[in-house]
Design a protein around this ligand. Structure first.
Ligand code: PEP
Ligand code: MN
Length: 337
């Protein structure tokens, strides 16, 4: 249910509505718009039929949300959500570019990459300290040491950090270091993990599962937002199809679809989407043209020596020239990079 307050509703009147919603056993989620306040009431709606909220002063109208996802839907909030991260933004006019190695490998290499991506215009440094690897024998990440290296790189470059959380037992540790918590494709439907990040005050970058449809993705975000954390960023990173040329099939239609269905920002990760470095720049262009709010790009100074995902990693020079090209596409769309 969405409760639309009157434009001139007072704070006290809105407070009364919130109290009524709580007393009926529902959970209120308040969204303060430019003109008016909207309250989402989530839970068993039966008591609302007995005590209609329309009768309260301060309430303009009460509308059902027909979609299975409620708080993340455009029905709940018409305006785009812009998420502030340090001095950067996700969902605003400037595209949010998150770049860096697949995995944090050592301090010197991370710092070198961080300097390069910063110089080329990225505002975020990505890098995995906890890596979800298909084989238990592959490099699993440096763990806490990797997070320390990320922190050092931030200190020097001012880049905001994005790193993956795989295990609820590492929640406090990851939250202490990172600015954006990444939930990987393999964990998109790890509902316990989603509930855990729903209770923290850091933005969550939610990657689409490789076998998940768009509705599944939206419902996974609903887990986080209904837990109290309204800062979720969607990430299209390709899905499994019968095509074998590319690592995954990058579903760029997901971008305008998610923008239509949800007020939350959407970014695209063409690196995992295609798995081949030379296809990354054209797909990054296409993603921005499709309306993406940002990009996640794997960059490595020596991809041939990378511990993981070297084949899809751009060298810094190629990344920088891609950023220049993206500037032109962004400008056509009234955005910047
Ligand atoms: C990653 O970003 O390094 C990663 C493992 O991505 P995904 O979860 O999309 O496979
Ligand atoms: Mn990777």
């Amino acid at each position: 249910m969405i409760i639309v307050c009157k434009p001139n509703a007072t704070k006290a009147e809105i407070e009364q509505v919130i109290e009524r919603i709580e007393s009926l056993g529902l959970k209120p989620h308040v969204s303060e718009g430019v003109e008016r306040t909207i309250i989402g009431a989530i839970g068993d709606e039966a008591p609302l039929r007995v005590q209609p909220l329309e009768l309260m002063t301060g309430v303009d109208k009460v509308l059902p949300i027909m979609k299975p996802y409620k708080l993340v839907s455009r029905d709940f909030k018409k305006e785009n959500t812009v998420i502030g991260v340090g001095g950067a933004e996700i969902g605003g006019k400037r595209l949010a570019v998150m770049a860096g190695p697949c995995a944090v490998e050592n301090q010197a290499s991370l710092l070198r990459i961080a300097r390069e991506v910063k110089e080329a215009g990225a505002a975020f440094l990505r890098g995995g300290a906890f890596k979800p690897r298909t084989s238990p024998y592959s490099f699993q990440g440096l763990g806490k040491e990797g997070l320390e290296f990320m922190r050092e790189a931030k200190k020097e470059t001012g880049l905001q950090l994005v790193t993956e959380l795989m295990d609820p037992r590492e929640l406090d540790l990851v939250v202490e270091y990172t600015d954006v918590i990444q939930i990987g494709a393999r964990n998109m439907q790890n509902f316990k993990l989603l509930q855990e990040v729903g209770s923290v005050g850091k933005p969550v970058l939610l990657k689409r599962g490789m076998a998940a449809n768009i509705k599944d993705l939206l419902l996974s975000a609903e887990y986080v937002v209904s837990g109290g954390n309204s800062e979720v960023i969607f990430c299209e990173r390709g899905i499994r199809t019968f095509e074998t040329y590319t690592r995954n099939t990058l579903d760029l239609a997901a971008v305008p679809i998610i923008k239509k269905e949800s007020h939350l920002p959407v970014i695209v990760d063409p690196s995992h989407g295609v798995g081949l470095w030379d296809l990354v720049p054209p797909m990054a262009m296409a993603a921005v043209a499709a309306g993406a709010d940002g990009l996640m790009i794997e960059v490595h100074t020596s991809p041939e020596e990378a511990f993981s995902d070297g084949a899809q990693s751009l060298k810094p020079g190629r990344f920088a020239s891609m950023m220049k090209d993206l500037e032109k596409i962004a400008a056509v769309l009234g955005r910047s990079i």
